[in-house]
Ligand binder design. Structure first.
Ligand code: GCV
Length: 861
């Protein structure tokens, strides 16, 4: 007989009752306030005497960052400790107070500090010693940063005496948002744009202001508001006016606006601008066109941060069309911006579509080929923005050698906060440990210490410009980027851009305290899950330097390793029946390893000194080659994929231990994602293991791959109204086969008699949730329902809104993106019971099923 069922789907009444009941027990939080919740501290009133009673914010203008700092301090102290402070805007000396302002204004009002702190632009001085708390910025923005640093202390219950100066490591700390003018967001997994809709800038910019507040609290100083795949109509007079409105709401938070440009805008017929017949960057008419447009923008946005340019890449136009160099292209904009102090962030992500049969035409070499010869030709206000690896935000890549090859140019590192290739916020992946492998990597230029973080800060090659660009892609969803836990990535991005020496785990724990709870068990659990998440994801997606192994021709979400090879995108793995890996050596391969300075080049050139985790990035080897670990390549694939998926199972269980310790709304939302991740990590595990098992023909020593004793393949059940379906790619389905209903309007039934021993089992059903329908499934034993669900996890499309949806890019196919699992726990099963699944198709989705697992307690398969 079936027993109690717990599922984490949304649609069913039983589940809904469960959530509602729990919701009554604890207050809900939607996540919008992120780490700036200012949660009340228990017993906060006992600390009133240790807190300031007055706030002096040394600026009377309501739109100044110092004024905002005063308001923020008032709100924070009130909310965290329940103490009401008055805010003054000029000299005030009545007992304990906190004074916030620029160093200059403070000196005018209160006289010089005894020791003048050593501050640079955006830096601040924070002293809680004495009866007056001093928060003094080198500029207004710095003062606001200092106020947030003080509030962060208060929110963590830290009332210790400190006195220190803090300066940013690099001047450029920007986010890039890939928002399109129509309101969609490329690689965004949290709804639509907060600032664009239907080709124009929206009138309600409340969320934009809230975002600026969050960003400034982590030291971000500019936002590029539109997609690097840009649209010329951003430059209509109406949109330029709109940019002014965005800048106006961000300015009080010290956050500047930047924009991405479409290189051929002069010939795009932009409404309200002249239309030219050329976009040649050295043509006088083009120079004048951009100068004019830039002047118009600065009239509306006098403090615009600058331009971001993606040129001659992935179909974007650029100077190469006219046989001009990328430097000539970049300098066109640099000259227009120079009078205003603006910056050009020129992206190094330049490559041409590649020959799909020629693996020697290595995409990883492209940036070096384009940019190295141009070093020294870029204007002083141009920064070359370089993705962390030579390909494209993969789960592991070697550090881009370009950082070492253009010492005369300013550089910035581009990191991706949105998890395009790393689970699209439906898999938890805490990214800073990955980023740190790059930032702390020593490229040994001229055999001297050359850490990437010291290159992009400008220190290593003596540049005053450089820094960080993080692709964030926030949307209208309350979680901002699609999942509550993924916000740790944004928090840490800002904090690392300010100080890249910080420890990812410390940043994480600070974020947990501010965002969720100071309860040590909450901190420990979330820390463990997060710190294990990148290694787990790497293990069940693509280990040994094989890249993520996702489908690069479609959604970038689920597994599909064969899409890497023989395409114009040049992400080769070169997997055949006996060998795998990309030979990037100088001696025998594409020569990529020679792009590094000699010490690093030698390390990668030599297979014996190449670390296992990048082996297949640099070398082409037999599946049977022994790794440094002593394992063969193929067995390591199997083992790591099993290990990674096993770790992902523990995340859901660990998360369940947080029940009642954090608010229910975020608890259930994240639990829903962890359950999804647990299921989808098995899809990944099986797909990659099966793929390489199939191609190599080498069995798994542990006899797991292709051997699933607890599974009942749907195609082996008795089918009525269902028929077998050969899944493409084959590895995305167990036994390569699913079942689908015979038509899209008729119900199908799959049934079988249970032959396993009677007992209590978890019943896991693997199915496919395609975009285009919401099929319904009912699972029963002897005609008694043990569970039912509607296959509609509502990926973000158009204007769909609402909590608890998976935001990944959807798939219209039965494949590794749509494959997923639902589990009914603790089901009592008797040998001889009839297990039946009835699938009702909907729209274009034919109620696809893969298999049912009857899992004894503790078994996962
Ligand atoms: C904005 C990858 C992504 C694209 C992105 C591009 C880029 O190719 O898949 O969506 O385009 O990188 O960074 O320009």
């Amino acid at each position: 007989m079936p027993t109690l069922v717990t599922v984490y789907e949304r649609e069913e009444p039983a589940t809904a009752r469960f959530i509602t009941h729990i919701l009554c027990l604890a207050a809900a939080e939607n996540g919008l306030a992120a780490w700036l919740r200012y949660a009340p501290l228990q017993g906060g009133e006992h600390y009133h005497a240790s807190l300031p009673s007055h706030i002096v914010a040394l600026n009377t203008s309501t739109t100044s960052p110092v004024y905002v700092a005063g308001q923020e301090l008032q709100q924070g102290i009130q909310s965290i400790y329940g103490k009401q402070c008055n805010v003054h805007h000029s000299y005030w000396d009545a007992g304990s107070s906190v004074v916030v302002g620029t160093l200059d204004e403070y000196t005018k009002a209160y006289g010089s500090l005894s020791n003048t702190p050593d501050l640079i632009q955006d830096g601040y001085w924070l002293s809680t010693e004495g009866s007056t708390v001093q928060i003094l910025g080198m500029n207004e923005r710095g003062a606001l940063y200092g106020a947030f640093a003080y509030l962060s202390m208060l929110a963590k219950g830290n009332l210790t005496k400190v006195a220190y100066a803090s300066n940013p490591d690099a001047p450029v700390r920007w986010t890039n948002e890939w928002d399109n003018l129509d309101g969609s967001i490329e690689r965004g997994f949290a709804g639509n744009s907060n600032w664009f809709a239907n080709g124009v800038i929206v009138s309600n910019l409340t969320r934009t202001a809230e975002y600026a507040r969050l960003l400034t609290s982590i030291g971000i100083n500019a936002v590029v508001v539109n997609n690097v795949n840009a649209n010329a109509s951003l430059l209509t007079p109406q949109n330029i006016e709109g940019l002014g409105r965005i800048a106006d709401v961000m300015r009080p938070y010290g956050v500047q606006v930047g924009i991405s440009l479409f290189f051929s805008s002069p010939t795009s017929g932009v409404q309200g601008q002249a239309n030219l017949t050329t976009f040649d960057p050295i043509d006088e008419s083009v120079v004048t066109w951009w100068t004019n447009v830039t002047d118009q923008i600065y009239q509306q946005v006098p403090d615009m941060a600058g331009y971001l340019v993606k040129a001659n890449s992935e179909g974007q136009p650029g100077p190469l069309t006219y046989n001009r160099t990328l430097a000539q292209g970049a300098n066109l904009f640099a000259k227009a911006l120079q009078p205003y102090g603006g910056i050009v962030m020129f992206r190094a992500f330049v490559y041409n579509p590649l020959n799909e049969t020629d693996w020697y035409a290595d995409r990883a070499n492209a940036q070096i080929q384009f940019f190295k010869p141009l070093d020294g030709e870029f204007d002083e206000n141009v920064i070359i923005q370089i993705k962390y690896g030579p390909i494209d935000f993969q789960v592991r890549e070697p550090t881009s050698p370009l950082f070492a090859n253009i010492p005369k140019s300013n550089t910035a590192i581009e990191l991706q906060v949105t998890q395009e290739y790393l689970g699209q916020q439906c898999h938890l992946v805490y990214l800073p440990p990955l980023w740190k492998t790059i930032l702390d990597f020593d490229l040994r230029v001229d055999n001297e210490s050359s850490l990437v973080r010291n290159i992009v800060s400008g220190q290593r090659f003596n540049h005053s410009l450089g820094g960080y660009a993080g692709v964030v892609n926030v949307g209208t969803n309350d979680t901002w980027i699609g999942s509550h836990m993924a916000m740790s990535n944004l928090y840490a991005f800002g904090r690392l851009a300010w100080d890249p020496t910080q420890d990812p785990q410390n940043l994480l724990q600070e974020w947990i305290r501010l965002t969720f709870s100071a309860d040590q068990s909450v901190i420990n659990t979330m820390t463990q899950i997060s710190m294990e998440s990148w290694p787990a994801y790497e293990n069940y997606s693509g280990n040994l330097g094989e890249q993520t192994l996702t489908d690069i021709l479609y959604t970038h979400f689920g597994p599909n390793p064969q899409t890497q090879d023989n395409t114009i995108w040049g992400q080769w793995t070169r997997a055949d029946h006996t060998t795998i890996g990309m030979d990037r050596t100088v001696s025998n391969g594409t020569g990529f390893s020679g792009n590094y300075p000699p010490e690093i080049a030698q390390m990668y050139e030599n297979i014996a000194t190449t670390p296992d985790n990048l082996l297949l990035w640099f070398h082409h080897v037999n599946y049977t080659r022994l790794l440094h670990s002593g394992q063969t390549v193929i067995q390591d694939f199997y083992d790591q994929h099993y290990a990674g998926a096993a770790t992902a199972q523990t995340f859901a269980t660990m998360w369940e231990s947080l029940k009642g310790k954090i608010d229910d709304e975020r608890y259930y939302d994240q639990l829903f994602r962890q359950v999804f991740q647990a299921g989808h990590s098995l899809v990944w595990r099986d797909a990659i293991s099966n793929f390489y098992h199939n191609i190599s023909g080498i069995p798994d020593d542990a006899k797991r791959v292709g051997n699933h004793p607890y599974r009942i393949e749907a195609e082996n059940m008795q089918l009525d109204g269902y028929m077998p379906y050969a899944v493409i790619p084959f590895e995305a389905a167990s036994n390569y086969t699913a079942i689908v209903t015979s038509t899209n309007t008729t119900t199908g039934t799959a049934q079988t008699m249970i032959t396993c021993p009677s007992g209590t089992y978890d019943v896991a059903v693997n199915y496919f949730d395609q975009f285009g329908g919401a099929s319904h499934f009912v699972v029963s034993l002897n005609n008694e329902t043990i569970g039912q669900w509607t296959s509609n996890l509502k990926p973000w499309i158009g204007n769909s809104e609402g909590p608890r949806v998976l935001g990944h890019t959807p798939s219209i196919y039965i494949d590794g993106h749509s494959a997923m699992r639902i589990t009914f726990s603790n089901v009592t099963v008797t040998k001889g019971d009839m297990l039946k699944i009835v699938g009702t198709p909907d729209g274009t989705e034919p109620a696809p099923l893969d298999y049912v697992s009857l899992l004894p307690l503790g078994i996962i398969d």
